[in-house]
Design a protein around this ligand. Structure first.
Ligand code: 4AZ
Length: 701
């Protein structure tokens, strides 16, 4: 059979030949013999079919049938999908008869059956009917609004059909109608969280299979707590045939769960849980929500160590919990010989701690460093060296004193060091007391030349400079390793072995000895301390012709040992303070007596300071200059004077205020020895004080 859409009537051979199949987008039907009047006993059916997605609109242009009660004689019946839509008869509508009038009939689907029947007689002539039909588009989206939605989310109509689409994050199911979500692999690795059905509490998506996995480390157990609002499509007889939750935890299986009763709390006893959520293609249920929490396997409660503390302090500890253990101030852990500040332990999945709690040991600062020329006093009995204990450093009495007057208490600190408020970890220094001989001179001797023997040890700062056992100059000990002497002592012509040495050359340090603690001139004594100078520094302004700044420093190779017979002399306190004319000074040495023989022992004289101008005048007349860096002492009548071999030796004066001796000058030169109207000339130490302090760093103690 061949049919043409739109135009053609497709007449089918059909059993009874009263059925006409009409296929097309529009057409026209009429009663037999129209408009001449239809015959009796007519029975005709037109089966109209239009394409799917369309419906049929039937419109009567003319209608004239025999009227009868409830159309029992002649009638036109319109049916669609086996449903009778209309029955028409008569010439006008009454209570019991209906004519189409201006109304049109619409099919529900794409088919319509129109049946015309006339009975055996007609009382008068009726012209019958004429009708047109056409295919009209079905708006599927609009039509089913009240019924179940055509599309789950969005419906789009087009001529002859429709299609569905979904909201963002949904995808269209293969049924082309429902919207599902892609939720097959949701993995949670946090220790707690919240999981809900998609869109909760709004209705969950249809036709979806969601899988949620909570995967924690072994050692944790997961608990699920479902919210009260739980709503999954249920069935009164069959357990959860439509939508359901299925929970798998280790070997344990829970579910299927559905209905409107929340499952509440579920202890899974597992570190890994899988939740499967299935929804079918219908229903508007609100879904589910649960919070999951996890607890680790418990570990025993940790107690802080003695003299220590732990953090955090908790009633319970469980897997993965970490505890910091610290010792109180002054205590430390000892681990493998090392001192450790803090210690961390962790609760393992087995329910045990990663290591045992170490013990806190009190910090021990150890034996404090020894102080040279000093000693330590412990504040606590038993000479404890532990945290918090205190010690005092002191200098060896009589001979030594601390360089500066500071608090000499040291405390054993938490860092393991002995610490002083001012010096930190530095030690104080002990320096020898200057200018205070332990052995007092019996009386001041009037003269060297003529000589008065110096009581042994009463001038403990004097140094003998000796060559081949014969003294050639003197010197004075300042500090612990510096000797002040005359610059000319260290230059030729005093080096007898090298008579040709020029004034600028220094004598060889190995060619002479510096002896301290000596009294006898030629005989060695047990009290003596001999050295070879390590270093010689003459005053930068020394003039070998004029003897200006006739002063030099010798550094000893090591510190002297301070004894009753070896002690330093003080330096002048202040460079501006002067030795006054007439003030008595003591000059000592092993020099010649009146240019004759050398004495057997150290000799000393006490002579007055001479007016500078007076001395200057005396020597000007002799053609020699007494400059400002020189100071003169002696008696007008002569007699008491330094002499050859005394050079470089000390001229000391008593600082009455401080009750100690200081070095006023060093023996330098003079015209002859002990002659009248001649004075001894000395290098004035205070004029070289800045240079001395700068080189030696010596302070008066
Ligand atoms: C000298 O030759 C020397 N009377 C030292 C001092 C005096 C004379 C000579 C002063 O070392």
């Amino acid at each position: 059979m061949r049919c043409f859409w739109l135009v053609v009537l497709c007449l089918l051979d059909h059993v009874g030949a009263n059925v006409t199949e009409l296929v097309g987008m529009f057409g026209h039907i009429e009663s037999p013999n129209y408009p001449e009047g239809y015959p009796s006993d007519s029975d005709m059916t037109w089966n109209i079919t239009v394409p799917t997605g369309f419906r049929i609109k039937l419109y009567f242009m003319h209608f004239d049938l025999e009227p009868s009660y409830l159309c029992e004689y002649d009638y036109v019946k319109v049916a669609s999908d086996d449903d009778l839509l209309e029955t028409f008869c008569g010439r006008e509508s009454t209570d019991t008869e209906q004519i189409p009038g201006q109304e049109f009939v619409l099919s529900s689907g794409n088919t319509m059956a129109v049946t015309f029947k006339s009975d055996f007689s007609n009382e008068e002539r009726f012209t019958g009917f004429e009708a047109h039909y056409s295919a009209i588009d079905i708006d599927e989206c609009a039509e089913k609004e009240d019924e179940e939605m055509v599309c789950d989310h969005f419906c789009h109509n087009y001529i002859g059909g429709f299609y569905c689409s979904c909201r963002f994050s949904y995808i269209l199911h293969s049924d082309n109608r429902t919207c599902k979500v892609e939720c097959s692999d949701n993995v949670f690795t946090e220790k707690s969280g919240v999981v809900t059905s998609p869109d909760y509490p709004n209705p969950y998506p249809k036709s979806s299979d969601c899988l949620y996995r909570i995967e924690l480390e072994e050692g944790f157990t997961i608990t699920l707590e479902f919210a009260d609002m739980f709503d999954l499509e249920d069935h009164p007889d069959v357990p959860c045939p439509y939508d359901y939750l299925q929970i798998k935890a280790g070997i344990k299986e829970i579910g299927p769960l559905c209905g409107d009763r929340s499952p509440g709390k579920i202890e899974t006893n597992s570190s890994s849980v899988q939740i499967l959520f299935h929804s079918d293609d219908s229903g508007e249920n609100h879904g589910w929500k649960f919070a999951f929490t996890s607890v680790g396997n418990p570990c025993p409660v940790v107690k802080p160590p003695v003299n220590g503390r732990i953090e955090p302090v908790q009633e319970k500890y469980s897997f993965k919990d970490q505890v910091q253990i610290r010792c109180n101030t002054g205590y430390k852990f000892v681990k493998g010989g090392d001192e450790v500040e803090a210690y961390q332990i962790e609760c393992l999945k087995s329910g045990t701690w990663s290591s045992s709690i170490p013990t806190c040991k009190v910090i021990d600062c150890g034996i404090p460093a020894l102080l040279e020329d000093g000693f330590i006093t412990f504040h606590t009995k038993g000479n404890l060296t532990l945290f918090g204990t205190q010690i005092d450093y002191s200098c060896r009495a009589i001979f030594y004193r601390m360089a500066s007057e500071l608090n000499s208490t040291y405390t054993c600190m938490e860092n393991g060091f002995w610490v002083n408020d001012e010096l930190g970890t530095d030690l104080p220094t002990c320096q020898p007391v200057c200018g205070r001989p332990r052995i007092r001179r019996s009386s001041i001797q009037p003269k060297i030349a003529q000589g008065k023997v110096v009581s042994k040890g009463s001038s403990p700062w004097i140094a003998m400079m000796s060559k081949n056992g014969i003294p050639f100059c003197g010197g004075s000990l300042v500090g612990e390793k510096w000797i002040i002497t005359a610059a000319h002592c260290l230059h030729p012509p005093y080096d007898a072995d090298n008579p040709n040495l020029s004034n600028t050359d220094l004598i060889n340090t190995t060619s002479f000895k510096v002896i301290l603690g000596r009294q006898k001139t030629l005989i060695k004594e047990v009290t003596e301390q001999p050295f070879h100078a390590k270093n010689i520094i003459t005053h930068p302004s020394y003039n070998g012709s004029t003897f200006e700044f006739d002063i030099a420093l010798m550094e000893l190779p090591s510190k002297v040992k301070i004894t009753d017979h070896v002690m330093p002399i003080c330096l002048p306190e202040d460079p501006t303070s002067t030795l006054h004319t007439g003030e008595m000074v003591i000059v000592s040495g092993w020099g010649k007596q009146f240019l004759h023989s050398i004495p057997e022992t150290l000799m000393e004289i006490e002579i007055p300071i001479v007016d500078h101008e007076k001395c200057k005048n005396v020597y000007t007349q002799l053609g020699r200059q007494v400059t400002d860096d020189m100071i003169c002492a002696g008696l007008k009548q002569g007699g008491s004077d330094a002499c050859q071999g005394d050079s470089g030796g000390p001229m000391v004066a008593l600082d009455r205020e401080r009750d100690r001796w200081f070095l006023g000058g060093t023996v330098s030169w003079g015209d002859g020895c002990g002659e009248d109207n001649r004075y001894g000339v000395y290098s004035d130490v205070k004029k070289s004080l800045a240079w001395i302090k700068n080189v030696t760093n010596v302070k008066n103690i």
